[in-house]
Design a protein around this ligand. Structure first.
Ligand code: WQD
Length: 359
């Protein structure tokens, strides 16, 4: 299939593009490089042995988006593009609502006007908000007690997609839209080659990139946000999923798309605490990771993880890689990206307008 991947040079997007190319699909990437680098495009091409088309563009530019769709003749869209820093979304809500919602609405206009019927949306376990249970199933209510605007944009987009699909499939039951909402838990790790990895611009919020900063010596120590939770070792428990497993989940979701909107939790189904993650890093690296126990972070839940049974049953997908595998691959990425000159920042692109196809 010919697939448009929005946000395809980002952390999860780039790993998914490699998996799509390896599976024989043709891929076009649309990305504004707000939180990624052109270097990812080179790594993708090197790993896949062929180069996806790349448009430096923004979903908020509907004219450019329509031009890309005019050229693209896409069979499906995988939609990653969006701002995703939880903390930043609290301090800059309008930026998040505008970018994530307007961008998605523009994408849906282009999808509709170009008769594209297959869409996979990068959602998040954040849409569950605070739940009485710790093992999350897709049937649980969402959009309640969400602690940040980022999570609200994911929840709102899920609703927009449900309403869009219901309307379209009522009008055209014989040519229905097929949408999958994939709710990620906590993606970590990177491609075993070490050529792709989590390389956010600006200050990371997530645990793994911060551990990497400490390991690189860019940060003196890790602050563990609280060790007085009701968990086995007092630190928060999360469902960490290797990004390569996550990318595979997208291929399976594409393969098993069905009319209407279907939702899947993509997680390992196992919980790992912050201290366990630190100790795994130390075991794999053979180095001590300096950390201190600090105050709780507002909005953090003690523990949650996926019930991945529905994805296993309907997508024939389950995680194969472990937290230890993720740590090993992270160290490989750390080693290569530390040794390599910062080629991620050397190629500063110029915004083509209208979008020019890069060969
Ligand atoms: C994990 C644990 C922190 C940093 C977020 C988003 C979610 C998804 C994944 C996009 C928590 C602890 C962290 C640090 C720490 N993103 N921690 N010290 O909050 O579970 O989920 O990222 O979809 O939407 O909400 O991930 O990596 O920020 O935190 O102790 O310096 O690590 O308290 O318990 P989180 P995280």
């Amino acid at each position: 299939m010919n697939i448009l991947v929005t946000g395809g040079t980002g952390y999860i997007g780039s790993h998914t593009v490699v998996a799509l190319l390896d599976s024989g699909h043709d891929v076009t990437i649309l990305d504004n490089l707000n939180n990624s680098h052109l270097g990812a495009l080179e790594s993708i091409s090197q790993l896949a042995g062929r180069r996806p088309l790349f448009y430096l563009s923004d979903l908020c530019n509907l004219d450019n988006l329509n031009l890309i769709f005019d050229h693209g003749h896409f069979d499906a869209v995988i939609h990653f593009a969006g701002l995703k820093a939880v903390g930043e979304s609290v301090s800059e809500p309008l930026k998040y609502y505008e970018n994530n919602l307007i961008g998605t609405l523009n994408l849906l206009h282009a999808i509709k006007s170009h008769n594209v019927k297959k869409l996979i949306f990068s959602s998040s376990a954040t849409v569950y908000g605070a739940q009485p249970a710790e093992k999350f199933t897709e049937e649980m209510p969402t959009g309640i007690n969400i602690s940040n605007p980022y999570g609200w944009t994911k929840s709102m987009i899920e609703q927009i997609l449900k309403d869009f699909a219901a309307a379209e499939n009522t009008k055209s039951p014989d040519n229905p839209v097929e949408i999958s909402l994939l709710r990620y838990f906590n993606p970590i790790g990177n491609h075993p080659s070490g050529l792709l990895g989590e390389n956010p611009n600006g200050q990371p919020n997530n645990l793994m990139p911060i551990i990497m900063q400490v390991a690189r010596g860019e940060r003196s120590e890790l602050t563990v946000f609280g060790d007085d939770y009701d968990t086995p070792d007092g630190t928060c428990v999360r469902d960490y999923i290797h990004v390569v497993d996550l990318a595979d989940g997208h291929l399976k979701a594409l393969e098993y798309l069905k009319p209407g909107v279907n939702t899947y939790n993509l997680g390992s189904g196992q919980g790992t605490s912050v201290l366990e993650l630190i100790h795994t890093f130390e075991e794999v690296s053979g180095k001590t990771l300096p950390y201190k126990i600090g105050n709780r972070r507002p909005g953090d839940l003690a523990g949650f993880y996926a019930n991945p049974e529905k994805a296993k049953r309907e997508l024939h997908w389950q995680t194969k890689l472990t937290v230890k595998d993720a740590m090993r691959d992270t160290l490989k990425f750390l080693e290569l990206s530390t040794n390599k000159t910062a080629n991620n920042n050397s190629a500063q692109p110029v915004e083509p307008n209208p979008p020019e196809r890069q060969k």
